[in-house]
Every structure is written in C-alpha cells, then in structure tokens.
Ligand binder design. Structure first.
Ligand code: PEP
Ligand code: MG
Length: 482
C-alpha cells in the first residue's frame, strides 16, 4: 500500500527530477523523509510506523540494487544466531547451509520452533540475553535437546558431542526396524500415528519415517512463503501433490491459520495489542469470504486425488462451524455446476484449541466428523500463558491437570457423539504422556516426522488397559510448585 501511495510516489519522482539523481538515491531520500514524518507524530501507533517505512525502503533498495532477500546464503554451513526469526524467514532457510539456529526471542512452542522441528533443523529458541553479538564467527556446538550452546568447545566437549551424535545414529538405526510395523499396543489398541507438515516438501520425511497419514497440514505456510495470496491453482497443486503422494492415506488439511505470530504483510492485518486473542485463523476466513472460498475450492478439487479432510482452526462457537459448513456447501455446489470433480463426502473437522471449544465439545461434535486438539494453543489459552514467551517457565506447564482434564472432557464428548479425536499439538510427541493419552482414549497422534518411530516404539510396549488417569489429578508436590 505504501509503495502505491500517491504522495510517496510523488516524493520519489520529485527527487528524481529535481535533483538529477539515480532512482536508488531518490527512494532512499523519500524513505527518510517519510520515516521522519511518522517518527514526529503524536499517536504511538502512527509513530511506530516509522519502522515499517524503513523496512519497505530497505526492500525497495534491495530490489533496485539486486541484493537477494531470500534469506541467508553462507559460503560454508553455519549455526545461525538471530534476535528472532519469523516463521516466514524460517521457511526460507536452506537446510544444506544452516546446521542449526539459535534465537534470543521466541520459545519452544513458537511456530518458528515448530517449523524447525518439521524441517529437521536443530534449534534453540528463547536464549535471551545469553546470546551476544561478539559470538559472531566463533565455533559453536549446540544441543537442541538440552538447549545448551558451547562456544569454542574444548576437546572434551567436542568428544562429548561426538559420542552423543554417535548414540543418536545408533538409536536411529534401531528405530529402522519399526518401519512397516503397526501402531498397536500389547493389548490390541490401535492408534493412528500421523505427521504434521507445512508444505508438500515435507512429505518425503513423512514417508521416510513411515507416518500413517497427515494429521495436520498447516496450509498457512503456503501463504507465508508467498509474497501475495496464493491462487486457487497454486493451492490446488500443493494439496493435490500431498494427497496423491500419501496414496489413499488420510491427509487433514487445516484451513488458513494466519495472524498472531504468523504474519503475511499482504493481508494488511492491523497491529493488535493482544494478537493471540485477536483476528486470527478462522476469524479471518469468516471475515474474508473470498479468501476462504479460494482455499475451499482448492481443497475440494484436491479431494478428488486422495483422502483429503478439511479442518478449521481456533473455533470457539457453534455458529462459526455452521458458517464454515455453509461455505463448504456453496463451494461444492459451484464445483458441481462447473463439472469439476471433488469428493462430496470429504470429512470436516475442527481443532480444539480454546477453552470455549472444550466446553462446547458436545454441541460441536454433532456438526463435524472429527476433533483434533491443538495443545499448543489450548495450553496457552487454558493457562493464560503466551506461547511466544520463554520467561513463563513453571507457570506454563502443558502437563497441567487443567490441560489434561480438558483433553479428557473433549474426548468423552467426541466418543459420545461417535467421532474420533486426535492430538496434533507438540504434546502429542511427549512419550511420557502416552499412558495418559491411552487412558483418555485418544484415537490419533500427529507429530513431526522424526517423532513417529520413537512414539511407535512406546505404543508397541504399552498396555492400554493398564493405563490410568493419574496425571489428571492435582499434583501438589511436583517440582514446579516447590
Ligand atoms: C496447536 O495450537 O496446538 C496447533 C497444532 O496449531 P499451531 O501450533 O499451528 O497453532
Ligand atoms: Mg494452534
């Protein structure tokens, strides 16, 4: 919008013509003039736009001078250290060049961390002030498991890392035997063990790790990776490719979950004081029917090429699901009239990520074919703990009985209505909670591809009948409260 603004374009043209300078100089000067104008404004919000002006100016100058903006392109592979990385920047990282990354901001639950997990890049998010500018160029070993960084490691540390890496390789080799085996407990309970992905490129990791389907395709990453709304055709191609590659196994595609920490400039979303509770996810789709319609058309068209299910994020109310279903019906009607093939029985599900959806589970279950619990957001909203914030420590406990009781409450409602319930938040991969999930009766777990085989090993060693709901009880003496 800024670069199309008449007064800005006029300012650039005036400089260009009046000062006989080149275009780069004119853009830089006009940018300075506008940045200074915003910086001098009384209103806090308008004053903060100075940063945006500088950002746009920098990007224009990069385009004009041919500087690639597509991320970091080091000569040799490196450990990247940054104050923070947006999910869109993380998506553009070249895995062959980035050995791992460390950020000052964010947390293990932020989308940047989740993406790193899906992409198989070791990451430490939220290191805070411990990360210093003077570390630039030094040798670093990082351990994504423990969150430790070692600078200029001595011989002993190097040896320790080499031993750990060797053990990891051995564990991986052992896991290979589990490929092709069933996800069934000793007493015969079957769990659907699926994967979370962000793009068609991630399917190869799903197949390599023997995931039994896609439990969550975060479709918004297609929007974040693009500079403008992806077209129906572009989206259709991406969804079709995943559905076809999974050869008849279920592929749950979540509709656009943008907003909060997942920002795409071209959406022109207003800056919000509390973006996690703002206009995000299904709220944006319901407020922008054309954006929603384009995605639904692409999804239904892809349903003709595999077992596609559609899932809506951040639901709180019955009317939202009814409106989603109306939008689906309208798209199906359009496709029918146009003679375009689709599966009219495409399953529809919702994510359970808000306390409201937990307490409305009985009514919501009547409207959909399945539930999938987004424990990342559910934990944030149940415990009032911002998932981006790394300082909450013991206050932000996804094992909190409130979160687990919410899971049980929802699972009971789902089963009473005869629909299945899965978990697709990061908690699904927490092997220590598997007995609780089995006791609750969770039907599906969807995890990053690397987590499939360790979870399979644990499922195959479990006895579902013997699992208890002990963790749902209030644990007064756990470490967090001492
Ligand atoms: C969740 O909230 O648990 C979830 C799976 O969705 P996302 O992490 O993309 O918000
Ligand atoms: Mg979520």
């Amino acid at each position: 919008m800024f670069v199309e603004d008449d007064s800005y374009v006029d300012a650039v043209m005036e400089k260009l013509e009046g000062e006989s300078c080149n275009i780069e100089y004119a853009v830089q000067q006009a940018g300075e003039q506008f940045a200074a104008m915003f910086a001098a404004m009384d209103d806090d919000y308008m004053r903060a736009r100075e940063v945006d002006i500088r950002d746009v100016t920098r990007r224009l100058l990069n385009n004009l001078t041919g500087i690639a903006e597509d991320g970091i392109d080091p000569v040799a592979p490196v450990v990247l250290a940054a104050d923070d990385l947006a999910p869109s920047e993380t998506l553009r990282l070249d895995k062959t060049k980035i050995l791992g990354f460390i950020t000052q901001g964010g947390s293990g639950n932020s989308h940047t961390a989740i993406l790193a997990r899906a992409m198989g890049i070791p990451a430490i998010c939220g290191l805070g002030e411990a990360l210093k500018q003077e570390y630039e160029g030094r040798q670093a070993y990082m351990d994504g498991e423990t969150g430790q960084v070692f600078l200029d490691p001595d011989e002993m540390t190097v040896q320790m890392f080499q031993d750990k890496a060797e053990k990891q390789r051995e564990r991986k080799a052992l896991m290979e035997n589990l490929k092709g085996k069933e996800d069934v407990t000793l007493d015969g309970r079957r769990i659907e063990l699926c994967c979370n992905i962000g793009s068609p490129d991630d399917v190869s990791a799903v197949l390599a790790n023997d995931g039994q389907g896609i439990g969550l395709f975060r479709s918004e990453y297609l929007y974040l990776a693009a500079g403008d709304y992806p077209t129906e055709e572009e989206q259709f191609e991406a969804y079709r490719a995943v559905a076809a590659a999974m050869e008849g196994k279920r592929v749950i595609i979540r509709t656009l979950d943008i907003g909060a920490d997942k920002q795409a400039g071209y959406f022109g979303l207003q800056k919000e004081e509390n973006p996690a509770m703002g206009l995000r996810a299904i709220r944006i789709c319901l407020n922008r029917p054309e954006v929603f319609r384009t995605q639904l058309r692409a999804l239904y068209r892809a349903s003709a090429f595999g077992k596609v299910s559609i899932m809506f994020p951040m639901v709180t109310s019955v009317w939202e699901v009814e409106e989603c279903r109306r939008a689906c019906r309208s798209v199906m009607k359009e496709l029918e009239q146009e003679g375009i093939p689709f599966n009219p029985d495409t399953e529809i599900g919702i994510m359970i990520e808000t306390p409201a959806s937990v307490f409305m589970a009985a009514e919501l279950a009547e409207l959909v074919d399945f539930f999938s619990v987004g424990t990342n957001d559910l934990t944030q909203y149940m415990l009032a703990c911002d998932r981006q914030c790394n300082d909450l420590g013991r206050f932000c406990d996804p094992h909190h009985p409130a979160v687990l009781r919410a899971l049980k409450f929802t699972a009971d409602a789902a089963h009473r209505a005869g629909i299945r319930i899965g978990i697709c938040g990061e908690l699904a991969a927490d092997v220590s909670l598997l007995p609780t999930f089995l006791a609750i009766g969770i039907d599906e777990l969807s995890v990053s591809p690397e987590a499939v085989l360790p979870l399979r090993a644990a499922i195959r060693k479990s006895n579902a009948q013997a699992c208890t709901l002990e963790k749902l009880e209030c644990q007064r003496n756990d470490a967090g409260k001492e």
